[in-house]
Unconditional design. Structure first.
Length: 80
């Protein structure tokens, strides 16, 4: 966020010790955090890693966001 890390976390499906409830699946309850945004424009970059080695079968990855106020939010590349 604005050039500084905001969160680093793991939630690996089916791997004891790094699987968050519910069962290593995506949920707003297992990865939520607040962002200390500044007044005006903010930049948020998201990076995800598919880190299962050896072609191990898995369910993939995902990202979910819930915003209290979406006014002024845009993706890079939007023409609006």
């Amino acid at each position: 966020m604005n050039g500084r890390p905001a969160l680093q976390s793991k939630n690996l499906y089916g791997i004891e010790g790094v699987s968050k409830e519910p069962g290593g699946r995506l949920s707003l309850t297992n990865g939520s955090f607040d962002l200390a945004l500044k007044k005006g424009e903010n930049e948020i970059v998201v990076a995800m890693d598919d880190n299962f080695a050896g072609g191990q079968q898995h369910w993939g990855w995902g990202l979910e966001m819930r915003l209290a106020n979406t006014g002024g939010i845009r993706q890079i590349g939007d023409k609006n």
